[in-house]
Structure formats: C-alpha cells, structure tokens
Write a protein that binds this ligand. Structure first.
Ligand code: SF4
Length: 364
C-alpha cells in the first residue's frame, strides 16, 4: 500500500533564510508533532553525524525546507563509451532523498556523502527563471525530467508542485514536464485541467518485486489504477518496466503485469530496463537492507558496461526483453517500446523492435 500520504517527518530542518517564506510556514504547519530546528547552513546541518547506512534510513524522516541554485541540470546522455541515452534536462525541486525504501535506489548512492534528508527547495521564482532561460537557449521540443532525482508524486500532497508546474509548462509551446512515480498520489492531477505538456509515467514491477524491493510504494494494482484514472481524466501516460529483476517464474508475473496494464490503460510508450548497480552501491544497500540486498546479489550480475554498473549477462537480458516485447506486441501493435541505459550489443539485437528516441524521458 502506498505510504506516501502517511509521511510524517520526525524532524524539520528549516533554513533560517527561508523560514518566513509562506511555503515554508505552510509546510511546517502540516506537521505539528515534528521537532523543528532553525539551521544556518543547508549543506552542513548540525547533529546529523551518522554513518551513511544509518543516515540513509534516519534521513527518510527528516525534512529540510530550503533553497537551491540548481533546479535545472543538463544531462548530456553519455555514461562512458558504450552506454548512451539522449540528452535532456533534469528538474530537481526536491532533492537528496525520498520517503520510499527501494533497495536498489540509485539516489541513495548518489547522495551517500551527504547526511541524508529529504530537501524541499521552495525558491520557485528561481526555478521558473531557470526553466525560462533553458527554453530561450533551446530549439524544438524540450523535456524537463522531474522523475530522475526524485519520485515526482510521492510528496505532491505536501509540496503541491504539480499545481504550480503544470499550468506553468502549459504556457510554452515547446516545454514538456515528465513525471515518474511509484505512487498513487494523484489527487492534484485529477483536480487540474489536463494538457499535453505534462506526461505521467508509472514505474511498474510485479507484486513480489514491489513487496521485496520497493517497500513503502504503491502496490501494482494501485499504480495501474492511478494510471487508469489519470488517463480517463485526459492525461498522457507512459509506463516504465524497470528495473526488471529475474526470479523463478518471472515470465508469468511480468506477463500478468503487462496484461493488467494494457487491458485497463493505453500508454503512449513503454520503456524497459533491467537491474544495474555500481558495486559500491550494492555494498551500501547490503549494509542498509541486509537480506533484501542479498537476494539481489544472488543474481550473478557482471561488469562490462562503460558506466561501471553490474548487470545481468547479455543472454539473460535478451531473453527478458524478447519476452516482454513479444507480450506487449500481442496486446498492442502500436505503442512505442524503448530500452533504458542499455549497451550497443543489446540495442543492435533489438534495433527493429525498440526506438531509441522514443523512450520514457524524451518528448518527440
Ligand atoms: S521511488 Fe525512486 S527515488 Fe524513491 S526510493 Fe524508490 S527508486 Fe529511490
């Protein structure tokens, strides 16, 4: 069951310079039982001196309210010599952490050197300025991916970011807001007038993967129901089946997932990916999540790609993608299918069946 709406920070770190801001005051009022500490330095908050594994879990109940100078970050798409994506912009109004407990979460490793907390950046004027500046220097359609460094909707009932970003993006002819989530926190989306400049994508995995590795997130039925409701309301929707994880009987459970998703909804894109983690990330996850990570380690992941990440061997990735693509095509002849962060060997095999420029994070 989605735990996002039950999120209650034990501690709120309120950056002194933002403490009078109406958004800061509104958010603090939502959590009357939290210990609120005024802090002078956003980068070195006091009393959070813990080891990374302890900090990672404790940080999921610490909310910092502050500001940032880098809402928009360009991703050039290059992850070494043989793993390429297309370039896009990351939009990061909430940073550092997430209320969910995904064992494989790459944010945990990215932010490991910081003391962990969830940071809401409320200097929205700066965010709008940076989006406008990016657009003025760009040609054609530009996607702003708000799902790369955060779950786009998990805390939307607190930040109300969709209610300010969606109308803002609808005012440009070439700007697109990409949301990615494992939640069913869609009340704001259902209260807004839909338009084609925002696309909502749900990350999907079978029930047992969600139970073992995506603790706290919405279950599969809740995610598909949320997608169905948003689609009925008029929003553009997509699915990302990623990270694929192999367990006994994986074919039946992924087929079931695809059947449920495509019977109830009509996504415009499905992007597929498989588990990939840096060795140091796996070690950190093992310290934090113990047995849950041990099961991931039993997957015989190997090195070989230029991003340094461990992946399943090529033959298993080909088997997985072939099965999922065949299943999708048996139900939908037209939906675009793509692969996330794959190597040239895999792209070569699937070049007739997958479209590199039509993936979850891009607009076309
Ligand atoms: S939902 Fe995404 S950001 Fe949040 S813990 Fe899971 S993988 Fe990390």
């Amino acid at each position: 069951m989605d735990t996002a709406k039950k999120f209650k920070p034990k501690t709120i770190l309120l950056w002194q310079k933002a403490s009078e801001h109406p958004q800061a005051q509104r958010i603090v009022k939502m959590f009357p039982l939290a210990n609120v500490h005024l802090i002078k330095n956003q980068h070195k908050p006091p009393f959070l001196d813990m080891s990374p594994p302890k900090s990672l879990l404790a940080g999921k109940r610490i909310l910092m309210i502050g500001q940032t100078a880098s809402f928009v970050r360009r991703f050039d798409g290059i992850l070494g010599s043989n793993v390429h994506c297309c370039p896009y912009y990351k939009l990061v109004p909430v940073s550092n952490g997430c209320p969910y407990y995904c064992t494989y979460c790459y944010l945990a490793y990215v932010y490991r050197k910081f003391n962990s907390f969830i940071k809401v950046n409320i200097n929205y004027d700066m965010m709008f300025k940076q989006i406008r500046k990016t657009l003025s220097g760009s040609q054609g359609k530009v996607s702003f991916n708000m799902g790369e460094m955060l779950d786009s909707l998990a805390l939307d009932h607190i930040t109300n970011l969709t209610t300010i970003l969606i109308p803002f993006f609808s005012g440009f002819s070439n700007a697109y807001l990409m949301l990615l989530t494992k939640s069913n926190n869609i009340d704001n989306l259902l209260s807004l007038e839909p338009n084609e400049h925002t696309i909502i994508s749900w990350s999907l995995n079978p029930r047992y993967i969600i139970e073992q590795y995506e603790s706290g997130t919405a279950n599969l039925g809740e995610r598909i129901k949320a997608a169905e409701l948003c689609h009925e309301h008029g929003w553009r929707i997509r699915f990302r089946i990623d990270p694929g994880i192999l367990q006994p009987n994986w074919r039946a459970s992924y087929a079931d997932l695809i059947h449920k998703a495509l019977t109830l909804t009509a996504p415009e894109n499905i992007t597929l990916g498989m588990l990939r983690m840096l060795p140091g990330h796996l070690r950190l996850a093992a310290q934090v999540y113990g047995n849950r990570t041990q099961k991931l380690l039993n997957n015989n992941l190997i090195r070989g790609a230029s991003d340094g990440k461990l992946r399943y061997p090529i033959n298993l990735r080909v088997e997985f993608y072939s099965f999922l693509i065949d299943t999708i095509r048996s139900l939908d002849k037209d939906v675009s299918i793509s692969l996330c962060r794959e190597t040239p060997e895999i792209w070569n095999i699937f070049k007739e069946r997958c479209e590199p420029k039509k993936c979850n994070c891009l607009i076309w």
